[in-house]
Design a protein around this ligand. Structure first.
Ligand code: PLP
Length: 441
């Protein structure tokens, strides 16, 4: 089995030079957690500019769904590149966009007819969902969740409630959004325990929020991640979405699922909401949809997507190369990668659960498919977040040739490509344990 190869001090000499240059010319708003300068990548293996080889359990923030440069995806892009690079789906028709829209509309859960809007990113997909919900309902209020990440454009940012640094100095944002606690059972906002709580967090919406500050009949949409991503890979308990959806329907509120991170097979089902038995009215997709090419999609019931020509569009959205990459990606996911995500996700969870028995600092291990996280705590009883330990573990694993990222305040996420092999899962677990040992000591 292949293993990481670290041949230089990190960063190596070439990486050092490039990072120096980056510091002069690239926006300082990016959040690089370790000095990795990527040269090329294949499958789960990333080569840096100094010849070091890393095992990638980030998939470029859960985006290289089929593995880096999957030959089938590369072939689809190359052959499209010879025919047509751009024409703009806003003003013209072209085959890849139409074919992909048909595929996505028929793949999306629920029997009713759907239509698809294309953008270039997750934020654009959410932004489009936000605007469509407003257009369709004409209602000015919306509900979103603490811990949610929906993107950084002004509308999507207004729905986001992940970290204040993302919002600082950008106020005023879009008004009318109320953030409420997510079903984060490990740290329940109401200090209750599932299932004894009887989903108090959902009942609270109707019993308290709608009775006191937010008139239900003025709420256009509830924006929710089926599994919270940047917030900490938080899997809500069974019944959470179903009960919340029921309330939404009772008051004519649209249920908008942000599947940007959780969708496209990552959790072992094409869309994470399928685990919870809810068919959303609107769905936002991006990240894994085109294996790394920029593409965002917003899918809605045809009856809801009733906006008029000119009401929303994007020059590059649904670019032919991205659409071909998405068609190839979906074929690979449907063939066996989605099944593999479930299988290898279980292997990873089992391995982490085993480590949790030894390492006290692993407060919580959670996830679905290949959307898996470990929450680090200083003490299992008090659950005091161990953010500095989390950061040190991520740096340690990098030094040992494993790439992972953080999420939430004190969690580490494992979001490899859906093509990950059992041996790669085992290598990840073994490097992660080495890093844990070092930090725990
Ligand atoms: C759930 C979710 N929605 C939206 C976004 C924004 O996507 P993008 O960075 O492509 O704009 C992200 C990005 O992490 C996300 O995780």
């Amino acid at each position: 089995m292949k293993s990481p190869q670290i041949k230089t001090a990190l960063p190596g000499p070439r990486a050092k030079q490039l990072i120096k240059l980056d510091k002069s010319f690239v926006s300082p708003s990016y959040t690089r957690v370790y000095p990795l300068v990527v040269e090329k990548a294949k499958g789960l293996w990333v080569h840096d500019v100094d010849g070091n080889i890393f095992l990638d359990f980030t998939a470029g923030i859960a985006t290289n769904s089929t593995g880096h440069c999957h030959p089938r995806v590369v072939k689809a892009i190359k052959s499209q590149a010879d025919r047509l690079l751009h024409m703009s789906g806003t003003d013209f028709y072209y085959t890849p966009q139409i074919i992909l829209a048909e595929k996505l509309a028929t793949m999306a859960p629920g029997r009713s007819a759907k239509r698809v809007y294309f953008g270039n990113s997750g934020a654009e997909a959410v932004e489009a969902a936000f605007k469509l919900a407003r257009w369709n309902t004409k209602r000015e209020l919306n509900i979103a969740f603490f811990g949610a990440f929906h993107g950084r454009t002004m509308g999507a940012l207004s729905l986001t409630a992940s970290k204040t640094v993302q919002k600082k100095n950008y106020n005023p944002l879009v008004p009318g959004i109320t953030h409420i606690p997510y079903a984060y059972c490990y740290r329940c906002a109401y200090n209750l325990t599932y299932p004894k709580c009887n989903l108090y967090c959902v009942r609270w919406v109707e019993d308290t929020l709608f009775r006191t500050t937010v008139p239900a009949e003025e709420v256009g949409a509830i924006f929710v991640e089926p599994i919270q991503g940047e917030g900490g890979y938080i899997v809500p308990p069974p019944g959470f979405h179903k009960e919340l959806y029921k309330i939404a329907k009772k008051y004519g509120i649209l249920y908008v699922a942000d599947e940007v991170q959780s969708g496209m097979g990552r959790t072992g089902k094409m869309f994470a909401m399928e685990h919870f038995g809810v068919t959303p009215d609107i769905m936002a997709l991006a990240k894994g949809i085109a294996s790394g090419l920029p593409l965002g999609a917003m899918i809605a019931r045809a009856k809801i997507m009733n906006w008029e020509a000119g009401s929303h569009a994007s020059t590059f959205g649904g670019n032919p190369l991205s659409c071909q990459a998405a068609m190839a990606t979906i074929e690979l996911l449907e063939n066996n990668m989605m099944k593999n995500a479930e299988k290898q996700g279980n292997r990873l969870l089992k391995g982490l659960n085993k480590l949790q028995k030894t390492y006290e600092c692993m407060g919580d291990v959670r996830g679905k498919g290949l959307m898996v996280a470990v929450e680090l705590v200083k003490d299992r009883e008090t659950k005091e977040p161990a953010t500095t330990w989390r950061n040190r573990i991520i740096k340690e694993t990098f030094e040992k040739g494993l790439l992972v990222l953080g999420c939430g305040e004190n969690s580490i996420r494992f979001s490899p490509s859906l093509s990950v092999k059992p041996g790669e899962v085992d290598t990840c677990l073994s490097i992660f344990e080495d890093a844990l040992k070092k930090v725990a000591a």
